[in-house]
Design a protein around this ligand. Structure first.
Ligand code: PGA
Length: 268
């Protein structure tokens, strides 16, 4: 795993934006796996800017979101479809039919999950999957105890996640306790993964994910099995890692090597 530790949340968003820009520049018809939550919001703002300035286009891009609340339709302000429209899709040149979010108000959620998997396959799989991380180590809505081989399915939310997300719901609004989520097995099939985390409240989850044993108790620890995962955190989210110096050193050497390769190829 590549572990990148940056000073601030702003730098994490900038890093994420560059990561996505490079992906789209290298492959204009990329299949992107997207995430909701507060962490990706500033990354999406930066991608909107890059799109509006003409630096990148989403015209040929396809997107698949990780998850959706079961029971909410796409026009419900707390649905993840609504979030994605507001925070990204309505402001970029992506074709509406190329954006996929599991359907929260489908008649048969089990069938909808199966079809979501098939749709990902139909597009040739996900090139780059963006992830946040829950304080309990969840990725998507794969809560602790989720099978590492799990596929897109209906999943119960933990009390902790329901509590963490309660801030988005009004007092008299019913908050869903079920979701449709890509499985951990689905996520691990993405060719590249970028997990972003900021703030002290994520420090324990990050330490477990990076340095703990691979375990269903911390779904993000399953990323240790993935051949191309980058975890980018701000200083606050890195405080429980024991090997910070090593990660900083690895990153410095990596950048130096990249520079060297650029110089070599310019000279060749
Ligand atoms: P957050 O959520 O970005 O709002 O912290 C992340 C997650 O729960 O996956």
């Amino acid at each position: 795993m590549r572990v990148v530790i940056l000073e601030s949340a702003e730098q994490v968003a900038e890093f994420g934006a560059t990561f996505f820009v490079n992906q789209i520049v290298n492959k204009s018809n990329s299949v992107l796996g997207l995430a909701t939550g507060s962490t990706p919001v500033s990354l999406y703002e930066k991608l909107i800017e890059k799109n509006n300035s003409g630096a990148i286009s989403f015209k040929d891009v396809t997107t698949f979101n990780l998850d959706e609340y079961y029971g909410l339709s796409g026009d419900h302000p707390q649905s993840y479809r609504f979030f994605m429209q507001q925070k990204l899709f309505d402001h970029i040149d992506v074709a509406p039919e190329s954006t996929h979010v599991p359907s929260g108000d489908c008649a048969d959620p089990h069938q909808a999950c199966k079809e979501y998997e098939q749709e990902i396959q139909r597009y040739g799989g996900i090139d780059l999957q963006l992830l946040g991380i829950g304080r309990n180590g969840h990725i998507g809505f794969n809560e602790p105890s989720s099978s590492i081989g799990s596929r897109t399915r209906v999943k119960s939310l933990t009390y902790e996640t329901v509590r963490d997300n309660a801030r988005f719901f009004g007092e008299n609004e019913t908050q869903p306790t079920l979701s449709l989520t890509m499985g951990i097995g689905t996520i691990l099939e993405a060719r590249k993964i970028l997990l972003m985390a900021t703030g002290e409240s994520k420090a324990d989850a990050i330490a477990y994910a990076v340095e703990g044993a691979i375990s269903a108790s911390c779904p993000a620890s399953s990323l240790q099995l993935h051949p191309d995962t980058t975890i980018v955190v701000d200083k606050a989210a890195s405080t429980e890692l024991s090997d910070v110096e090593f990660y900083l050193d690895v990153e410095e050497k990596r950048l130096a090597l990249e520079q060297q390769l650029i110089v070599n190829s310019a000279a060749a």
